[in-house]
Design a protein around this ligand. Structure first.
Ligand code: ZN
Length: 238
């Protein structure tokens, strides 16, 4: 069981009727529904909360972050509005062990760029083409229960080069109709925290209602949940 906080910028859904038609309650609620239930409809045992940009402290108070085992992050048009003090908090909690799952356009979010230390830039094309995510690490816990690939009939293309550090483990590689490829599921460790970047999630398509995508996110929450580990002690020893 994990305490999960789903953070969403929550602007497109309120400003763009095409996005509101796909995610009327905000994509954080759709993601929450996917984490709350297994594919067979039985309930998971996660405690799930949501937080959005326009709440005080973006909904990420010190208390909330202290209680969060795994934080999911979706942002796009308002990365710059995320307060640097909150980014400091998120970074610190990841170093202490909190899991972080960064979704789609969150590749450009402040917490992801801070933790990875590179531009996190990529190529993109919004053409509604097909994507096939190939599982390239079938034994990885995040791939548990999946077929050998996931097909998304309509999506936005992200292409290489993706300017991120070499992932510790690469779980998915995407193929796109236009011929591009992309590292779509990247695992990292920073301090005691586990970080997973997962590419799908463009706001104009119902990506977070897709069964396999939901399975990936549930698996990723399990994988990123902190374990007890051993004490992190630094400095001079007696
Ligand atoms: Zn997008």
């Amino acid at each position: 069981m994990a305490t999960v906080t789903i953070w969403n910028e929550f602007r497109h859904e309120r400003e763009d009727e095409d996005v509101a038609a796909v995610y009327p309650d905000g994509m954080h609620e759709t993601i929450a529904a996917g984490l709350a239930e297994h594919t067979d409809g039985s309930a998971t045992d996660h405690e799930i909360h949501t937080a959005t940009l326009d709440e005080p402290e973006h909904g990420l108070t010190t208390d909330v972050l202290e209680r969060t085992d795994v934080l999911l992050w979706w942002g796009h048009e308002a990365h710059d509005e995320v307060d640097d003090g909150i980014v400091d908090r998120v970074q610190q909690r990841v170093l202490e062990g909190m899991g972080l799952i960064v979704l789609h356009s969150g590749h450009y979010s402040k917490p992801f760029k801070r933790l990875l230390g590179t531009s996190c830039s990529l190529q993109y094309r919004e053409d509604g083409g097909t994507e096939r995510l190939w599982v390239v690490d079938p034994g990885h816990p995040i791939a548990d229960g999946l077929e050998e690939s996931i097909e998304l009939p309509q999506t936005e293309m992200y292409g290489e080069p993706f300017d991120v550090p070499e992932p510790d483990r690469l779980v998915f590689v995407s193929w796109f109709e236009g011929g591009e490829v992309f590292r779509s599921g990247c695992c990292y460790r920073r301090g005691s925290g586990r970080i997973f970047y997962f590419r799908p999630g463009h706001e104009t398509y119902p990506i977070y209602e897709h069964d396999a995508v939901r399975r990936v996110l549930r698996n990723a929450v399990e994988w990123a949940t902190p374990t007890d580990g051993s004490p992190r002690t630094f400095g001079e020893r007696d």
